[in-house]
Ligand binder design. Sequence first.
Ligand code: CP3
Length: 351
Amino acid sequence: MSGKLENEKNILRVLSGDTVSSPPVWLMRQAGRFLPEYRAIRKNVPSFLDLCYTPELAIEVTLQPIRRFGFDAAILFSDILVVPHGLGQDVWFVEGEGPKLTPIRRVSDIDALQPEALHETVSPVYETVRGLRQKLPPETTLIGFAGAPWTVATYMIEGGSSKDFFEVKKWAYADPVGFGRLIDVLVEATAAYLIEQVNAGAEVVQLFDSWAGVLPEDMFHRWVIEPTMDLVAKIRVVHPDIPIIGFPKGAGLNYRAYATKTGVTALGLDTSISGSWAAKLGLPVQGNLDPGYLLAGGDAMVKGARRVMDGFGNAPFIFNLGHGVNKDTPTEHVSELVAAVRSWSPGFGGA
Ligand code: CP3
């Protein structure tokens, strides 16, 4: 697996199936409100989307956790909701409440979207990726991302975050043809968006399917697995070798079908999945420490991290959380976690 210079980055080696002596580490939401230097920039920007669309600031915020913690990967600073915004839907963020969107509820709303406008609206994101490739240390891998179609559709239809997902389920279950048109628009747009991120310099892409776990098995196949399969295939037409990490949070036993059918390169695991079970699925894995351990810190956190790594054993794995860093996380705990990961090696971690 060696030879190509790029493959010397640990994350790329793991994603090509190699086990490395010290696992690479990065964290979902590693840039964000738990960092004082992020809050200092954020307070001067009127809206969150402005931060995503100002390359100079988005680059800076992406680099902050790399400087502070020396992670093996930087994740592009943006949001999964730039795609609906780029398609012409109203998207805004309310302090303390999260994202809001003018909900899409019928087929005529889907027809009113403007896929042709996508690239122009989101072009600052591509510029951010290009800038990052120039500024990142050579050993740091740049990860691009998008929301998976199902998860993005939940926000578009519910009009924001949801607890029960009844609006989106009602539509998807009663009118699969109509709802399927929205999913098709999202597959197309998300493929185009990720292809451009790779053209701009992203070395890996991650698909966030944060709400995959709210669907029953048959609907999981129809609205998570099938669209992800199409999306992966479309990206691979243009970039056959780009590593794609799929993160179908909450998928439970459906992780197995997701692993075998979608064509993703690696699996992002939520906290419910045991590393030893996941390692048997045959793909490189990423995860899955409970972010709660980062709040607890100390011995409990170090032991929790070792348990995760011992569970993966000799499988190719990337250390991460099972979900994003919580905003109240003390920064020292993150430094201690990185040190614990870097000092672990297979077979010596059990203490
Ligand atoms: O560091 C990174 O991981 C990169 C940046 C990133 C953000 N959002 C920045 C952000 C990434 C990868 C995301 C993904 C994202 N966004 C997901 C998938 C992962 C997950 O959390 O399940 C989802 C569902 C969203 C949608 C979204 N964006 C929500 C629900 C919220 C509000 C919740 C919150 O934490 O406030 C956001 C806002 C958001 N996205 C913030 C950040 C740093 C906080 C906004 C702020 O600073 O004002």
